[in-house]
Design a binder for this molecule. Structure first.
Ligand code: ZN
Length: 358
């Protein structure tokens, strides 16, 4: 936690965890993901050959943390770890990194011949899942993955996550003096207000949310505003619904703008696609078995957030996300119960051993 590693600046931490993986006997490489988006480190990929008759298991967590994440001074306070109060703790997602390292160490200590293991510690997860998007998949053989990165308690298994579409809108009207010749102007603010009035905010149905979260525009009170831009997002567990809502929305903005003689530039981007993993999927059965080996019942949930698992699933690597038990993540109040960290490590160990199919 003390090693600074905000998104795009993971080089030092990447080197440290690569060293730890090597000391556990893994062959370690780093891909060139960082170079593709301006980060100073690639994803750390570790590989431990195992029984050739067993399918490889991928264990993953991300190295970066959200700001303020520099100069973290972790403190053990009773039965939990907290930050000094002026930064996040980076339990999101170092709890996942540590659990995987501890799990491999404990699984190796059994002296059993293990299933082949692949470990991926990604970079820049918090900035648009970039590490996962630029991961060198040619180095990955596993077809099933476990992402140690949910802020739910240990025991929670995330089976469903939404498709996330973001929208970037620029409305261009026409400037004019607001008092001497207002009729010559087209107010981009008025057009934006009209389009936003027709937008559904918040929870649209039990699978879908929408929000406009940024707006800016205009220059002065005595000028009819020429330009306004705003940004929004739509998420839905139903992929088609997310895509069709975004399309409808773009069309409505376009129609409203042209009614006023303004120009609308709407760009929509799928930031990531959603997934739904069946309870009967092998990856889920492995998690369930591992949880019961570690004395816990599996609790299945869906999330409205995204993670590297969204990208992995899109790439055909069937992945679920596991609760790590950190609390108040993405805030300076972030904390990690030590019992949850221990449980997460045991879970990683049990997943590896569950892969033996004994
Ligand atoms: Zn995370």
């Amino acid at each position: 936690m003390r090693i600074d590693a905000e998104s795009g600046e993971e080089a030092e931490l990447a080197q440290v965890v690569a060293g730890k993986l090597k000391s556990l006997g893994l062959a370690v490489t780093q891909d060139d993901a960082g170079a593709k988006f301006g980060g100073n480190a690639g994803n750390v990929i570790g590989r431990l050959p195992g029984r050739v008759d067993l399918e490889p298991i991928l264990l993953s967590a991300h190295l970066d943390r959200v700001p303020p994440g520099k100069g973290i001074k972790p403190v053990v306070e009773g039965d939990r770890i907290v930050s000094g109060g002026d930064t996040v703790l980076a339990a999101d997602d170092l709890s996942g990194v540590v659990a995987i390292l501890a799990g491999i160490r404990m699984a190796r200590a059994t002296k059993k011949e293990l299933p082949p293991l692949e470990v991926v510690f990604t970079v820049s997860e918090e900035k648009g899942l970039k590490g996962a998007k630029y991961l060198d998949y040619s180095q990955i053989e596993a077809k099933r993955g476990f992402v140690f990165d949910s802020s739910s308690p240990v025991g929670v298994v995330i089976l469903q996550s939404p498709t996330h579409v973001s929208m970037d809108v620029i409305i261009t009207g026409k400037a004019a003096h607001a008092a001497t010749n207002p009729g010559d102007g087209i107010s981009a603010i008025k057009v934006a207000a009209e389009t936003i009035r027709g937008f559904s905010f918040g929870r649209i149905d039990d699978q879908t949310t929408a929000n406009i979260g940024v707006i800016s525009g205009g220059v002065a009170t005595n000028i009819v505003a020429e330009q306004v831009s705003f940004k929004g997002e739509i998420r839905s567990l139903d992929r088609d619904r997310a895509l069709s809502l975004a399309k409808d929305c773009a069309e409505r903005i376009d129609q409203t703008a042209s009614r006023y003689g303004a120009l609308a530039e709407v760009s929509t981007t799928v930031d990531y696609y959603g997934y739904t993993i069946s309870r009967d999927a092998h990856v889920v059965k492995l998690a369930e078995k591992a949880l019961s080996m570690s004395g816990k019942d599996a609790v299945y949930r869906s999330t409205m957030g995204g993670s590297d698992a969204n990208v992995f699933n899109s790439m055909g690597l069937e992945s679920i996300v596991l609760g790590m038990g950190a609390k108040d993540v993405h805030s300076t109040a972030e904390s990690l119960p030590i019992s949850e960290l221990v449980a997460a490590g045991k879970l990683a160990r049990c997943i590896i051993l569950a892969g033996l199919g004994e």
